[in-house]
Design a binder for this molecule. Sequence first.
Ligand SMILES: NC(=O)c1ccc[n+]([C@@H]2O[C@H](COP(=O)([O-])OP(=O)(O)OC[C@H]3O[C@@H](n4cnc5c(N)ncnc54)[C@H](OP(=O)(O)O)[C@@H]3O)[C@@H](O)[C@H]2O)c1
Length: 348
Amino acid sequence: MPHYNLAFIGFGNVGQALVRLLDRKRDALKSSYHITYSVTGIATGRHGCAVNVRGLNTEDAIRLLQNGQSIASLSSNAVNDPMSVIEGSNADVMFENSPVNKDTGRPAIDHIRAALKRNMHAITANKGPVVHGYRELTELAKSKHRVFGFESTVLGGAPLFSVFREAFPLAEFHSFHGILNSTTNVILSRMERGESFEDAVRYCQESGVAETDPSNDVDGWDAAIKVAALVTVLMKIPFTPQQVNPTGIRGITPGMIASAKSEGKRYKLVCSAERNGETVKASVRPELLDASSPLFHIMDSDSGVTVHTDVLPGYSITETDETKMFGSADETAYGLFADFVRAGNPLR
Ligand SMILES: NC(=O)c1ccc[n+]([C@@H]2O[C@H](COP(=O)([O-])OP(=O)(O)OC[C@H]3O[C@@H](n4cnc5c(N)ncnc54)[C@H](OP(=O)(O)O)[C@@H]3O)[C@@H](O)[C@H]2O)c1
């Protein structure tokens, strides 16, 4: 029965949600996949690092972090940074969930490279390494017979990359369009219901949909990095968020939204890309849609994408939460979990 030592590089909302999910699925992992695990390393940015090859108590780690304290007291050896955690954790799987760096993908790329070189599977929700290191990291993982998993980088926990990797053999991806950023979709949905831009942003910050600084979402950069990830992976053409050059939603006024509504239309931050030979034209920008567009009906924190291929004219994946009970970190954690199960499955 395989036992997996796990290292967490970055242990915020997503890392902690993954630990809770793993705990909830512990018995099912054992009975269905014969997988058991221990957490043997945790690295944070400002709250210390810890390793213990006999297993760390993750409840204690979460409690310390919730109190704003360092986790260093849990460590069996002195470790000061993510690299020493990767080295000292004796991990089989490294989860990289540090903040995204849209310009270079670092230091997440360095963490993933280091883990793969040490024969660990490397699994991430961080989009930076996908757009800035996809080829290198995929080849490195292949040469080591390990998984470089990034299912949760686009559409949270909804399976997307694995669907196209496993269920679309030899398909050519011509184009896609979608709504890939929840924060801006929530803001536009709430403005349509009469709320001001400022109040809608505040709602997103307070409910945890947006980060403290929401400009990454509002100015279209989060959407742009997701577009770049989809182009890079599905169309196999390296692409950066800077090439997408997004336009955000700051220019959409309540007056524009009211006038669109009176005509049965609405503004959406539309993400799209189209391949033409070896070139790609991609954009992120607000578009005025009517009810004939499938994207028109994607409201609030829901998201979705339609992909056009040479084998199927249109294939759509939509993530919805009518219960409003799932946090985005919980959904994201499921994508990481799915990658972990794939890594642990010898038939992958
Ligand atoms: N939240 C979501 O719903 C969601 C959805 C999809 C993708 N993602 C991606 O998942 C990743 C994690 O998101 P999150 O919401 O968990 O963020 P978060 O709550 O801000 O947590 C980030 C974690 O990374 C640590 N960290 C900061 N700088 C680091 C560094 N240089 N090396 C190692 N660790 C570092 C932080 O430690 P300190 O707190 O001590 O600084 C914290 O533990 C991000 O890349 C994000 O874009 C998140």
